[in-house]
Design a protein around this ligand. Structure first.
Ligand code: AMP
Length: 285
């Protein structure tokens, strides 16, 4: 596996591979790999000739009160894992490489960023779009793979790609979970053992909602109330949002339709966890 740190060298490499007729798959990450990350890499590898990943903890997308300095990092372990799953190139730029002096451009997606995580993280998605657009220009992929765990991110990136005629395909991969149902996340490493137990309230909320829908419930308010009660019974938790919304526009819905997205963000101790599922759909994971 090749490890590339400079943007110009990565760009040249990608161009050479394209000229040689290779199909390039790309997985952007912030590192500290778990099985969810590795699954995205396997998918990229399966669909493409060359699997490229990036490891970059983008300081721009963290708010002033967020966990940038505490964000878990272990580059050596990550590189070993990427090698094991057959990644061909890992791009590991420095902040200076990505944001040189006088950097002043931004990519902004306007509507789908106004909901869910966009409410409490107002500049987050502009920064995510900006860094992902840059990474696409640097790694030149034909296919980029993202996790459905970050549903809004996947929606926003897909919108950016469509709106700006970016010439690549976006693929979403179902959420990888721990055996007890907790969605894998680098941030799970912040949880102490008591918080880890409480963190299960997200998956339990989704199961409860699926059960209510299975019994014919269609009122969003009723489902939300039941979820608030369930989460409230778990110590150290605080709801950021519970949203029942349209899976494309992310606009809230009062009455459930054929496909309604349930998206949750809950603080467990100081750790903010998110999860989502499409109600009415069986659990496919
Ligand atoms: P991150 O390193 O958190 O920025 O995540 C990098 C990519 O991995 C994003 O596309 C995430 O949506 C995806 N991802 C994170 N957690 C999971 C998971 N549990 N299952 C599947 N994909 C995931």
């Amino acid at each position: 596996m090749e490890v590339i740190e400079r943007t110009d060298l990565m760009q040249q490499k990608a161009e050479q591979l394209r000229l040689a007729g290779k199909v390039l798959g790309f997985v952007p990450t912030m590192g500290f790999f778990h099985e969810g990350h590795l699954e995205l890499m396997r998918v990229a590898k399966k669909h493409c000739d060359v699997a490229i990943i990036s490891i970059f903890v983008n300081p721009m997308q963290f708010g002033p009160k967020e966990d940038l300095t505490a964000y878990p990092r272990d580059l050596e372990r990550d590189l070993a894992k990427a090698r094991e799953v057959g990644v061909d190139i890992t791009f590991v730029p420095t902040v200076d490489q990505m944001y040189p002096e006088r950097f002043e451009s931004r990519v902004s997606v306007e509507e789908v960023t106004k909901h869910l995580c966009g409410l409490s993280r107002p500049t987050h998605f502009d920064e995510v779009c900006t860094v992902v657009a840059k990474l696409f220009n640097i790694t030149k992929p034909h296919l980029a793979v993202f996790g459905q765990k970050d549903y809004q991110q996947l929606t926003v990136i897909s919108r950016m790609v469509r709106d700006l005629n970016m010439d690549l395909q976006i693929l979403g991969v179902p959420t990888y979970r721990e055996p007890d149902g907790l969605a894998m996340s680098s941030r799970n490493s912040y949880l102490n053992s008591e918080e880890r137990k409480s963190a299960l309230c997200l998956k339990k909320s989704m199961d409860l909602a699926q059960e209510m829908v299975g019994k014919g419930e269609t009122r969003s308010a009723t489902i939300k109330k039941a979820i608030e009660e369930l989460v409230g019974k778990h110590p150290y938790t605080q709801i950021d949002y519970v949203s029942l919304c349209d899976p494309v526009t992310l606009d809230d819905v009062d009455t459930l339709r054929n496909e309604t997205l349930l998206a949750l963000a809950v603080r467990v101790g100081k750790t903010r966890l998110i999860d989502n599922c499409v109600l009415g759909e069986g659990e496919k994971r």
